[in-house]
Design a protein around this ligand. Structure first.
Ligand SMILES: Nc1ncnc2c1ncn2[C@@H]1O[C@H](COP(=O)(O)OP(=O)(O)OP(=O)(O)O)[C@@H](O)[C@H]1O
Ligand SMILES: [Ca+2]
Length: 916
């Protein structure tokens, strides 16, 4: 570092005024260069500067999390009661109860840690990345790995990953609202002079972490990372807290509060009636508190989180990444899925098959990205570079292009892969087939006007010797409109309206064959300066020709769309492509029914919002639309009461993604902006993944309902048993420790195993659930109460029977009641697996976890009957074989009776139906 640089560095150290320095001085100070840092430098700086991350708020320690398990009111009361009983000399009772409470706490703790971990893993998956140039090579790395001195590449749609000085920029616009509050994009430049004392918003040669690039491209030298960034300085204020509680979780939280008071109320009643009937006050108190602890479903929120988290992991396996947990529930309610076409419904592996130029048709042979094939005219191979129109066409196609083709080794030998836009990949391959493989050797690129979905065009300014051209490619209708000339027989001639009609017809012809079309053209300039001075460079073009590329539908989409039909979900295609191409593909995929309507962006512009809403139910394809139209479409569908899932990838798609009930972003081709607006990211950009996510979403919601049903029915059973016994003046049916143990073995493992239950087969043939439908809709509360009451009834029946057969043996009768209550819950858990069908609706062994969980819990329960040390503590007396028979029969009654009743009702219905 020379003296001057060191001087600057000293000054900078005080002020951090990167914006007031020349770019080359910034590079010198950071000892970097445009080709980037090398590996050693990066490693060293990582150690010095730390990760490029905002430090998060303090995390809850594991110990706190563990202690939290014992903080609820009833557990504290129970602990106090236990202490008293310890003081009164009931040591075994006291120790056992404490042991059970600790076990319960451990269980809750494990559940919560697991839930937390899964959520953290989720966050990791959606962590931002950055494109960085190091040692001359461009690579995508996690944004947290950036160090000062790194050279990063930005383009429209990126979130800026660190603070940096702009080295080069073309058409760069950045929204800095997150930093300055200003929502109008700021236009940035590399070489602008910026006053040292200017505010953040005026430093137009800098970009700042967390701001959004809306358009353009730039190379940026990272100057500050992590907490040293402007964002880091205000990190305390900025911590975005993502809404992580789902509507269901909130509702259950409220429900939990009600249930606590209900449980406490009933417990008080039980205790009071027990005492009035002459029960021992102290034992009654302990029993009451134990009952309350058992009956309060304090584990529900944690189990819901686990079910959500496990479901979310299953979704990840199916390539759907959930960014906002609440959307998991909404997924099951979706009534319309609006999907992009290119790459989502189709394979996005494009191949140019037809070319129209100079009034003639050509075929291009070959398939995929393999650059082997020929241009064919009237069934004879030709040499395209010898024909002026085709030569221009291929030169523009390859030069106005940012894709890179790479050869990779696969299992089936060498294959070609496209890095970049597949549309451009197809053009590169075509040019290579024509024999124009290396455009950089011929044309020097000076500038680029990047593609955007609104303009539907892309251009590059190039120089060849002292000739200067603008090469443009884009949607044929758009490009044709901007053309004034056409290349015929090697000469530029004015384009007549007749020729325009001929081109439009050629375009239509290819579109009807499902080809995706692009037009190519150029414009000459006198000099680079003249081109740069031109306000509308993409006009007065010379039209060269059309390329039609095949982009076949994805195989798996056919099945996915069929599933949607069955599940009562409508599929709508929204595409920037031509209406004929869109229509043909939509027909192939069975998205567009016979009477379905296709609407274009131009027609949308003519339509008022109300009219759009009125017609929204009949429109299946929106073609040649701009991202702005998407927002209107979402709103129109929502106005018709639909729950809308909407896909998108670009910056301009973000508002629609946000507005949709389920915003979906593309994982591969999507911009950061689209991803951040989304609730769901498709790792494979595949439509079928949306359907898989809906399926999982429905399954997760179902599973949550399953264990709510199970846990609450069990608890009702426990309450009914105790309450009725006390009312009837019976002795205590279960001793406190037994109550606690029932709760531990039944609420623990089996309930969690229900959370991973495979979805029912008919899950995608039901209509979508209403968004406002509560958990207890569709008779769930009746199911819970009927089962709970029956469980209580059989437990009491067995208890009374045992009291009568062994009048002097209360312990025996209590053991029988204890066994009946436990066993009936083990049977009930299998009944809860089917929403409508009864216990035999589903294969018992389909959910191995559940079988294992029940066996495991059964073992824990049997230990208290047969392990001598525990028998002593639990005061049990093992039933005889006959008594076991009675217990198991009685325990099966609630589930069997209700399943039979359902089967009976169904048979009756069928009979009535048949009778008609
Ligand atoms: N890289 C590109 N350069 C120039 N023009 C392009 C490029 N990519 C697409 N186009 C043209 O712009 C049109 C709109 O593109 P856009 O990306 O908005 O939608 P799409 O890819 O056709 O379909 P979808 O909206 O279903 O993804 C395309 O139909 C094509 O004619
Ligand atoms: Ca319970």
């Amino acid at each position: 570092m020379d003296y001057e640089t060191r001087l600057l560095k000293g000054w900078l150290h005080l002020e951090k005024n990167w914006h007031a320095l020349a770019a080359k001085d910034c590079l010198a100070i950071l000892e970097s260069q445009p080709s980037g840092l090398d590996e050693d430098q990066v490693r060293e700086r990582r150690a010095n500067y730390g990760a490029n991350q905002l430090v998060e708020g303090a995390k809850v320690s594991l110990l706190t999390l563990f202690l939290n398990q014992f903080r609820d009111f009833m557990t504290i009361v129970l602990l106090a009661a236990t202490l008293i009983s310890g003081l009164l000399g009931e040591y075994t009772d006291a120790i056992t109860i404490i042991a059970i409470i600790v076990l319960n706490g451990v269980l809750g703790f494990v559940q919560e840690v697991k839930a937390e971990r899964s959520l953290a893993a989720l966050k990791e998956l959606t962590a931002p990345t950055a494109r960085v140039r190091r040692a001359g090579k461009v690579d995508t790395v996690p944004a947290k790995d950036l160090v000062p001195g790194d050279i990063i590449l930005l383009e429209g749609g990126d979130r800026v990953p660190a603070d940096g000085r702009i080295l080069t920029a073309s058409g760069l616009d950045v929204v800095e609202a997150s930093l300055t509050g200003e929502s109008v994009p700021v236009s940035k430049q590399a070489n602008a002079f910026v006053d040292p004392v200017s505010p953040l918003g005026d430093r137009i040669n800098m970009v700042y972490m967390g701001t959004l690039v809306t358009r353009g491209k730039a190379e940026v030298l990272v100057t500050e990372t992590g907490m040293q960034t402007e964002m880091g300085k205000i990190a305390g204020l900025m911590q975005q807290s993502e809404e992580m509680l789902t509507p269901l979780q909130k509702r259950l939280d409220d429900l939990g509060k009600v249930l606590v008071w209900l449980a406490v109320g009933i417990t008080v009643l039980v205790v009071v009636t027990g005492i009035l009937h002459g029960q021992n006050l102290y034992r009654m108190f302990l029993a009451g508190v134990s009952l309350a602890v058992a009956a309060i479903p304090e584990g529900l929120p944690a189990i819901v989180t686990i079910a959500l988290a496990l479901g979310v992991q299953r979704m990840i396996k199916r390539h759907a990444i959930v960014r906002k947990l609440p959307s998991v529930e909404t997924l099951g309610c979706a009534t319309v899925v609006c999907s992009d076409k290119t790459g989502t419904l189709t394979q996005n592996r494009m191949t140019v098959q037809q070319v129209w130029a100079d009034g003639q048709w050509f075929r291009v042979t070959g398939s995929g990205y393999n650059p082997i094939g020929e241009f064919v005219y009237e069934d004879r191979p030709i040499q395209p570079m010898r024909r002026p129109a085709l030569r221009w066409l291929n030169e523009i196609a390859a030069t106005c292009n940012n894709a890179v083709m790479k050869q990779v080794a696969t299992d089936e030998g060498e294959a070609w892969e496209c890095h970049g836009d597949p549309t451009e990949g197809a053009l590169l391959v075509m040019a290579k087939k024509a024999g124009f493989g290396d455009p950089d050797a011929v044309y020097e690129r000076i500038d680029e006007i990047p593609f955007d979905s609104d303009r539907k065009l892309m251009s590059v300014l190039v120089r060849r010797g002292d000739e200067v051209f603008l090469f443009t490619k884009g949607a044929p209708d758009v490009l044709l409109e901007r053309s004034k000339f056409i290349l015929t027989g090697g000469k530029e001639e004015p384009i007549s309206s007749g020729v325009k009609r001929q081109i439009a017809a050629a375009n239509e012809h290819m579109a009807k064959a499902a080809l995706r079309n692009l037009a190519l053209g150029y414009r000459r300039f006198r000099s680079v300066e003249a081109a740069k001075a031109e306000r509308h460079p993409e006009s007065d073009l010379v039209f060269v020709g059309l390329c039609g590329m095949m982009d076949p539908p994805r195989e798996e989409v056919f099945e996915a769309i069929r599933k949607c039909h069955q599940a009562g979900i409508r599929t709508v295609m929204i595409t920037g492509d031509h209406q004929e191409t869109a229509t043909t593909i939509a027909r192939q995929l069975d998205i567009l029914p016979k009477d379905g309507v296709v609407v274009t962006g131009a027609e949308l512009d003519e339509m008022a919002d109300q009219e759009l809403a009125r017609r929204a139910n009949d429109i299946y394809v929106y073609a040649r639309v701009s991202p702005e139209h998407k927002l209107r479409i979402v709103k129109a569908l929502q106005a018709r009461g639909h729950i809308v899932a909407m896909t998108g990838d670009g910056v301009n798609d973000a508002p629609a993604i946000k507005q949709a009930d389920i915003g979906i972003a593309m994982g591969m081709t999507g911009t950061d902006v689209a991803k951040e607006a989304s609730a769901l990211v498709l790792a494979d950009d595949n439509f079928a993944t949306i359907v898989a996510a809906v399926e999982e979403g429905r399954g997760i919601y179902d599973n949550i309902k399953k264990f709510i049903r199970y846990v609450l029915a069990s608890n009702v059973g426990e309450m009914v048993t105790m309450f009725v016994a006390m009312l009837a003046g019976l002795p205590l049916p279960l001793v406190p420790i037994q109550i606690l143990w029932v709760n531990l073995v039944t609420d623990g493992l089996p309930a969690i195993a229900l959370g991973v239950d495979p979805a029912e087969k008919d899950i995608m043939s039901r209509p979508p659930r209403g968004v406002n439908e509560g958990v207890f809709a569709r008779g769930l509360s009746v199911k819970i109460l009927s089962r709970g009451i029956l469980i209580g009834a059989v437990t009491l029946a067995v208890f009374i029977w045992a009291l009568q057969t062994h009048p002097d043996d209360l312990a025996k009768a209590q053991t029988m009641a204890y066994a009946t209550l436990t066993m009936s819950q083990f049977i009930l858990v299998f009944d809860c697996r089917s929403a409508e069908g009864g216990i035999w609706k589903r294969n018992l062994f389909e959910n191995t976890w559940l079988v294992l969980a029940v066996l495991c819990s059964l073992g824990l329960f049997l230990m208290t009957l047969y392990v001598p040390a525990l028998v002593e503590v639990f005061g049990t007396e093992p039933p005889s074989p006959t008594e076991w028979g009675i217990v198991v029969l009685a325990a099966a009654v609630p589930t069997l009776a209700l399943s039979l009743r359902r089967a009976g009702r169904k048979a009756l219905k069928t009979k009535i139906a048949l009778g008609r």
